[in-house]
Ligand binder design. Structure first.
Ligand SMILES: [Ca+2]
Length: 375
């Protein structure tokens, strides 16, 4: 029998797509739907906080019952990639009720930038409200445009607050010590700067920079759009970031490290201008893993549970354009993708629940919250 190449190719595509669905090692149970959900975090009682990009913060039970929007959330500058972003709990949330929200904040003359607010969450019969809202961090300077806020927020094991800050599609600020764009920042829980950050003495060493700089909060530089940060099982910080055309990166983030953007990247500019690859400039830290074609990472976590027993210690990345969850094995300062789970939708976020199940947010206007448990 003669089969045309075209027919064979399309049969293979259908077959492999069906195979991908059937071969997923987990069941995905839809729990609820949201309008452009961006982030989720578990409360100590097992309910979830979920953010929606237009500015809503909701409390959601594990069976999908939603509170009314929490009151007194800061005004967000919604548009493009901006709006309400990440939510994370203070390590002592059970005692102090403190949460952190990141969002795009409007500035003067059509500028905007990411900000992080700290607030006390108080529940009431209407749902809840935020008290003592205090903005503890801002991207500097505010610039025009609607992209690359980054703005994931996470606590490290030592109680410091990590913030990822994108380059706002302006490229060079990622290497500019007078901007906190294209950086990973390390703060105390009240927003002050730890005395042992790597660049606290930068002004003394580089007297030509002006003294309104933000260098004292910088932990690492040369990042593009880090949409995921996570702490591994040894307490080490990692980030995952969108590359330009090609070159998405997973980085082991070390004190004072320069990750090279926009001077080097394993991708190139969208207008096809070349960016030299990482191996041309060994003084910049090369990624532990990188992807061309891209996966478009939207979030990063390390799996700590027992439910997916083999996955303990692995990183999981949420894939936007790749519409997948990517599992990555990490070994010291190297890493490699070991499996990719096709989800059929852009995946914005992936978080581990209290019993080791995975909770996933799809991206977009009708993004579902899914609970993944092993088959
Ligand atoms: Ca390149």
């Amino acid at each position: 029998m003669k089969v045309s190449h075209l027919a064979l190719a399309s049969w293979l595509m259908v077959a492999s797509s069906a195979f991908a669905q059937n071969s997923l090692p987990f069941d995905a149970q839809p729990i609820a739907s949201f309008d452009e959900p961006w982030a989720l975090a578990f409360l100590p009682d097992g309910r979830l906080l979920v953010t929606e990009k237009k500015g809503n913060l909701l409390i959601v039970t594990q069976d999908g019952k939603k509170s009314r929007p929490i009151g007194n959330v800061p005004d967000v500058d919604y548009g493009g990639q901006g709006g309400l972003g990440d939510v994370t709990l203070h390590p002592d949330f059970a005692d102090n009720g403190v949460i952190y929200l990141s969002y795009a904040e409007a500035g003067v003359d059509d500028t905007r930038g990411a900000a992080v607010a700290r607030a006390v969450l108080t529940e009431n019969e209407r749902g809840g409200t935020l008290d003592d809202v205090e903005v503890i961090w801002r991207q500097y300077p505010k610039v025009m445009g609607y992209g690359h806020y980054g703005h994931r927020v996470a606590f490290g094991r030592d109680g410091h607050l990590w913030i990822s800050s994108g380059d706002r599609q302006k490229f060079t600020p990622a290497q500019d010590m007078q901007s906190n764009m294209g950086k990973i920042l390390r703060l105390n829980d009240d927003g002050s700067t730890p005395d042992d950050n790597p660049f606290v003495n930068y002004l003394r060493e580089e007297p030509l920079v002006d003294d309104v700089g933000v260098y004292d909060e910088i932990w690492s530089l040369g990042h593009r759009n880090p949409l995921g940060i996570a702490i591994d099982l040894d307490g080490q910080l990692w980030d995952i970031e969108m590359g330009p055309k090609g070159g998405d990166e997973l980085n082991r983030v070390v004190r004072g490290g320069n990750y090279g953007y926009p001077i080097v990247s394993n991708g190139d500019h969208y207008d096809d201008r070349e960016i030299p690859d990482h191996d041309t400039r060994p003084e910049f830290i090369a990624p532990a893993a990188w992807w061309t074609p891209v996966i478009s990472p939207g979030d990063l976590m390390f799996y700590r549970g027992d439910l997916f027993g083999d996955w303990r210690g692995d990183a999981l990345a949420a894939g936007l354009s790749s519409q997948a969850i990517v599992r990555i094995e990490v070994d010291g300062d190297s890493a490699r993708e070991v499996e990719r789970y096709e989800m059929g939708k852009r995946i914005r976020s992936v978080v581990e629940g209290p019993d080791g199940a995975l909770w996933v947010l799809e991206d977009g206007a009708d993004g579902r919250l899914l609970k993944l448990t092993p088959k």
